[in-house]
Write a protein that binds this ligand. Structure first.
Ligand code: HEM
Length: 399
């Protein structure tokens, strides 16, 4: 019997029963497509921390695809340039160096004011309306506007950047057709030229924003990164927190509306918002699946994983493991401690967790403060059919 069907519409709608069966019957499961599916908390965490399970050969694989198409006269080389220094796709020692560099210059973590201004702008424009779409009108534009301000990008670029980054991020999907790749390459080309222009402008006239700090910090490095590498870093920092934060805010507001007792408690005690956000990340965080490649043969819980095997780690399943969490299927906004792994673990642990949590806390907190009686009529909304990053398409809501 096949226990792993991530594309089955039933599992797209609600994957948790599938995860529960896996945890119980086959926690290290070889899927029909050959990859290993890991669903228990302890195992997922162990693999995330094990240097012999690498972030994968995606970069190499994409570069091979690009060479293949080049031989057929199709140029997709912008993709390779754009993603060349994506932290998620690289391994030590290059990964360690770039991560350390970003951390050393990204020192201003006081973001509340600018997030609140953005929330105000978005919700104020909706004051005259009786309904809003939580995804389109709120969760989608907010992270984009915030990262624009952090990086020192004019807000007038934000809609264009949103479309381009949505197209480029698809490069991280497991499968892409040639048509997809052409669209991704076009987005990569536009993003490169946009960020190149920003690089030149800020080189001549640095500000107090993240892009300027990365440029100035890089100049002071013993072996500075190339402009190409810097541009790839800008692009990744821009796109890494988009879809994920959209998921946190919209899925979070959906689950709260489905748990009126928890919503009422949060309205009564707004100081619980940071814990509520951690609980929403544990209960149904936006990143359900991560991929790794085994770098050597290994025995894992009695199964023989071979060098080169692909491994899929189910973060969302691990976060519902009753061996680790008490009453894991219960949404409890006061849960503490709450050592979920919605942001991963080990060397690739999310670099923007603090920003995601602040943005989630302020967005959800403000939304329920302004619209405490919000009502979502469709309690089974359509989910995007990608379990790796699980987000809702639209979420109409009466306010
Ligand atoms: C709710 C929102 C978010 C979630 C659930 C999330 C989740 C994750 C996860 C699970 C990883 C690890 C991937 C892996 O191990 O393969 C990751 C990595 C990363 N995230 Fe986030 N993320 C969120 C928001 C953000 C934001 C706002 C930023 C800010 C720019 C960000 C930047 C990054 C970066 C740069 C990495 C790569 C780190 C590395 O490879 O060393 N994320 N994120």
């Amino acid at each position: 019997m096949n226990l792993w069907a991530p594309l089955d519409p039933k599992n797209i709608q609600d994957p948790f029963p599938m995860y529960a069966v896996l945890r119980q019957k086959a926690p290290i499961y070889k899927s029909q497509t050959g990859e290993w599916i890991i669903s228990r908390y302890a195992d997922v965490k162990e693999i995330l921390k094990d240097p012999d399970f690498k972030s994968g050969n995606k970069l190499e694989w994409i570069n091979r695809g690009i060479t293949y198409f080049k031989n057929k006269g199709e140029d997709l080389s912008h993709i390779a340039v754009a993603i060349n220094s994506f932290l998620l796709l690289i391994n030590p020692p290059e990964h360690t160096r770039i991560r350390k560099f970003i951390n050393s210059v990204w020192d201003n973590k006081e973001v509340d004011q600018l997030i609140l201004e953005n929330i105000d702008t978005l919700l104020n424009t909706k004051k005259r309306f009786k309904t809003i779409d939580i995804v389109d009108d709120f969760a989608k534009p907010l992270p984009n506007m915030t990262i624009c301000k952090i990086m020192g990008i004019s807000i007038s670029h934000y809609e264009r950047l949103s479309v381009l980054s949505n197209n480029l991020v698809k490069v991280l999907n497991l499968y892409n057709s040639f048509k997809d790749l052409v669209r991704i390459d076009a987005a990569a080309q536009s993003l490169i030229s946009l960020f190149k222009e920003l690089l030149e402008t800020k080189k001549n006239n640095p500000g107090n924003d993240l892009i300027s700090k990365l440029i100035t910090g890089n100049d002071g490095e013993p072996e500075p990164l190339s402009d190409e590498a810097l541009i790839s870093i800008f692009i990744f920092l821009f796109i890494a927190g988009q879809e994920t934060t959209i998921g946190l805010i919209s899925t979070g507001l959906l689950h709260l509306s489905q748990h009126p007792d928890q919503l009422k408690e949060l309205i009564r005690k707004p100081e619980l918002a940071p814990r509520a956000v951690d609980e929403l990340l544990r209960y149904d965080g936006p990143v359900h699946l991560l991929g790794r490649i085994a770098a050597r043969d290994t025995q894992f819980d009695g199964q023989h994983i071979r060098e080169g095997d692909a491994v899929t780690l189910c973060l969302a399943s691990a976060n519902r493991d009753d061996q680790y969490f008490e009453n894991p299927d219960l949404l409890d906004i006061s849960r503490h401690p709450n050592r979920h792994i919605a942001f991963g673990s080990g060397i690739h642990f999310c670099l923007g967790d603090w920003l995601a949590k602040r943005q989630g806390t302020l967005a959800i907190g403000k939304f329920i403060e302004i619209y405490p009686k919000y009502h979502i009529p469709d309690q089974t909304p359509q989910w995007n059919d990608n379990l790796s990053i699980r987000t809702i398409r639209h979420l109409s809501c009466s306010i």
